[in-house]
Ligand binder design. Structure first.
Ligand code: CA
Length: 437
């Protein structure tokens, strides 16, 4: 587990004034990474760190040689158009770079005037995917989501027998993962109406979002060498927000017996900022399994994981319809959940994924699966919020939704807060629904 240290000190302020505003996502205690370039300028993408409303250009900063040793080496890896180089360096380098960047950005820093030349306003940048994602695996770690969805698809047996023993997942598609701002074309698929003789190919009528957390793998493992539960988080670089767009009518027809395919592989949207496990150290919670449930097998259990294996991360999903946009109305909140309710932890996802010797690589992405809380308003998808489309949601100005309409913009947000610490945010993962081709 990462330790709480002076980089989390709530008294720390930055010489970048916008980082000290109380409502912001990116105070000096956060320091999340992204890949960016100045908008409208033909220049290479490179890594940056968010500080207030600015991006600190790490390629430009590296050229100033403000750090030493391992921290400077890690900084030099950030001149690349992806975070994979930094991810591969491992936890020692990530910690050293965080310490160094915290020193460079804090109020009273010696060379603040030089570092200020490496700032670019966030309003003027174009963001790219933070890493070259070799493989993407989507888990199903929220028992509340699994139970609610299971009830809709299989009323007689909502939760299958393996759920409480195996962290269930499927291998997803990386080619259609996009960064926030991604346009999502309403996909065609096989739809089979109840009682219909045969399916037909048509645009989905049940397009949905899924409110998820993305887990970026830092260092990988050699094929054939599982990662033990106590080492699992050493291999994790950080977290982002993830929207696993889903076509529910396609899913209902195609999912048995091999799981999701075309219902989910047309688009996945992630937030551009990766919040490191170092930044999340103050926001960890105990992980526990109800006494009445099967306890995890030994390879999925550990004292450290039990003491702080969960992450207290509030997740929200917001909807802005075309009509709201035209009226200038604010987006409406649909879902509010918390990652700390997850039935399986990040460490368990990593340990299970590699238990057979499967090798993970720097930049691999794991999805947590839709995060739904125990209460009805905490559901992380429209499928659950509308009881499978049977109970339409009323929006503020009289509009109704069962599933997403063309022109809808879905916005995911994440925020960690705890008394005694400065709260940190994840920015946004935004996608807009375009009409079918
Ligand atoms: Ca999913």
């Amino acid at each position: 587990m990462r330790a709480i240290d002076q980089t989390h000190d709530p008294a720390l302020k930055s010489w970048v004034e916008s980082a000290n505003r109380p409502a912001g996502d990116f105070p000096i205690q956060n320091l999340p990474f992204a890949v960016f370039r100045r908008a409208g300028v033909r220049e290479p993408f490179r890594c940056g760190v968010a500080i207030g409303e600015q991006v600190l250009d790490l390629a430009a900063l590296a050229a100033l040689h403000p750090l030493e040793g391992q921290a400077q080496q890690a900084l030099s890896a950030c001149a690349q158009p992806a975070l994979n180089g930094l991810m591969a360096l491992g936890r020692g380098a990530w910690g050293a770079l965080r310490q160094g960047l915290s020193q460079v950005l804090r109020a009273g820093a010696a060379h603040a005037d030089r570092a200020a030349q490496a700032l670019v306003p966030q309003s003027g940048v174009e963001l790219a995917l933070p890493a070259r994602i070799g493989d993407y695996t989507d888990f199903y770690t929220s028992i509340h989501h699994a139970t609610a969805v299971g009830r809709l698809f299989r009323p007689d047996q909502p939760l299958l027998a393996n759920y409480k023993w195996v962290p269930i997942a499927y291998h997803g598609r990386t080619s259609s993962i996009g960064v926030s701002g991604q346009p999502v074309r309403r996909p065609h698929g096989q739809l089979k109406a109840q009682g219909a003789e045969a399916p037909r190919l048509a645009p989905t009528e049940r397009l949905d979002y899924e409110l998820e957390v993305g887990v970026f793998i830092g260092t990988g493992n050699p094929a054939g060498e599982p990662i033990g539960i106590d080492q699992a988080e050493e291999h994790v670089f950080g977290l982002c927000l993830l929207n696993d767009w889903s076509a529910r009518d396609v899913q209902a027809w195609e999912y048995q017996p091999l799981g999701p395919f075309l219902a989910k592989n047309f688009a996945t949207t992630i937030s551009p900022w990766v919040v490191t496990l170092e930044a999340l150290a103050p926001f960890r919670s105990p992980w526990h399994r109800p006494d009445a449930d099967p306890q995890p097998l030994p390879y999925l259990d550990g004292a450290e994981m039990r003491s702080a294996g969960a992450v207290d991360l509030e997740l929200t999903a917001w909807l802005e319809t075309a009509r709201m946009r035209a009226r200038g109305a604010a987006p409406e909140r649909l879902s509010c959940a918390n990652f700390r309710h997850s039935y399986w932890s990040i460490a368990q996802m990593v340990a299970h994924h590699t238990a057979n010797g499967c090798n993970l690589r720097p930049g691999d992405l794991l999805g947590s699966g839709t995060q739904s809380g125990p209460l009805s308003g905490e559901a992380g998808s429209l499928l659950e919020l509308t009881a499978g489309g049977r109970q339409p949601l009323g929006l503020a100005d009289g509009e109704m939704r069962t599933f997403l309409a063309d022109g809808d913009r879905v916005i995911l947000k994440g925020r960690c807060a705890r008394p005694g610490f400065v709260h940190i945010g994840f920015g946004e993962a935004v996608g807009i629904v375009l009409p079918a081709a």
